[in-house]
Design a protein around this ligand. Structure first.
Ligand code: SF4
Ligand code: SF4
Length: 330
């Protein structure tokens, strides 16, 4: 068998949607299987971390990591894969920005444990037991990963070479990334593998977005009829397309849903929610039914980027120190 490049695909705090999207490249999977030896893909087959530990440093040609970092197992594997990989991609919104799991940074670890192990109506836990990192049962020591105080994007833990955003990354961008890698055409390290312009510019509804947009009332999508062709903002429905990087192919607009921002911000914008709020505030004619009328501002403006927001960073610095983590990238 010829010597193939080694590929690792890992998931941390993720839903497996990113793995599904890899499967959705369809027949190109055959080309991927021909070019690579896949040495790690927990969603698809069994593996042991030992197999990765036994590789030489830098022996992995490519690692794709989806999901946010929420516990010590994620962190441990992140460092291991970084050491073994020549090219490492933060794959999907959760790895790039924390994603929707990052919204959990709005509450504490104690809140989460209270709901998950005590208060949720479906919980039956008469002894009030919570998972502990170390416990002894029948004389045997058991260990579990430590659940961190907050959700972290991947680049808060290790150095990331490339970012492929999206929830999940769309198959055409995955194919383009694989092809660029195999042909030695990846851009400079640190790049996001999607165009650096706002989704609004290529949105099929853009022609109906008035030059001067004055929003009288903001409303939620279910609160009344929605025109299937007109710009959402022109209808008073929050759409974060103006603050979101393009590259997804506008699938949401095609099914009459506004953009929620899963591609994250364009280059140079560090806090996506603030950028969007400031742009929309300048369009609101009256404050009465304006930004304050949005029932869940974090969910709308920071749905995928809470963990990289200004607030997220402030909270993270403190808790990461408490967790004894040595690598922290502002
Ligand atoms: S605001 Fe949303 S619906 Fe309107 S043009 Fe921009 S992306 Fe399209
Ligand atoms: S329209 Fe927005 S939320 Fe929908 S896939 Fe594109 S970037 Fe993501």
């Amino acid at each position: 068998m010829r010597d193939k490049k080694k590929l690792a695909i890992a998931w941390f705090g993720a839903c497996a949607g990113c793995d599904e999207s890899i499967v959705d490249i369809n027949e190109e999977l055959l080309a991927l299987a021909d070019a690579f030896e896949i040495v790690l893909w927990p969603v698809a087959f069994d593996y042991k971390y030992e197999q990765i530990e036994h590789l030489r440093d830098g022996e992995l040609a490519l690692a794709l990591i989806s999901g946010s970092v929420r516990n010590s197992e994620h962190e441990e594997l992140a460092h291991l894969l970084r050491r073994k990989s020549l090219n490492l991609v933060a794959f999907g919104a959760c790895a790039c920005f924390g994603g929707t799991p990052g919204l959990a940074n709005m509450v504490t670890r104690e809140d989460i444990f209270a709901t998950a192990y005590h208060d949720a109506p479906t919980v039956v836990n008469p002894l009030g037991i919570e998972p502990e990192p170390q416990s002894v049962i029948h004389g045997k020591e058991l260990s579990l990963p430590v659940f961190y105080n907050e959700v972290h994007p991947l680049n808060a833990i290790i150095e990331v070479d490339y970012y492929l955003p999206g929830c999940p990354p769309p198959p055409p961008l995955i194919s383009a990334m694989i092809s660029a890698f195999l042909n030695g055409k990846l851009p400079q390290r640190g790049s996001t593998l999607a165009p650096d312009t706002a989704l609004c510019e290529v949105c099929p509804r853009n022609a109906t977005k008035p030059q001067r947009l004055v929003i009288q009332n903001l409303r939620r999508i279910h609160e009344g009829p929605v025109d299937a062709e007109q710009c959402f903002l022109a209808q008073g429905i929050v759409c974060v397309g103006p603050a979101t990087r393009q590259g997804c192919g506008s699938p949401c607009m095609k099914v009459n849903m506004p953009c929620r921002g899963c591609f994250g911000p364009v280059e140079g914008v560090s806090d996506m929610g603030t950028a969007f709020v400031s742009s929309i505030a300048s369009l609101l004619e009256s404050g009465e039914n304006g930004a304050g009328s949005v029932p869940d501002p974090a969910g709308y403006f920071y749905r995928f980027t809470t963990a990289t927001s200004i607030l997220g960073k402030r909270r993270s610095t403190v808790s990461r120190q408490n967790e004894g983590v040595t690598q922290w990238k502002e």
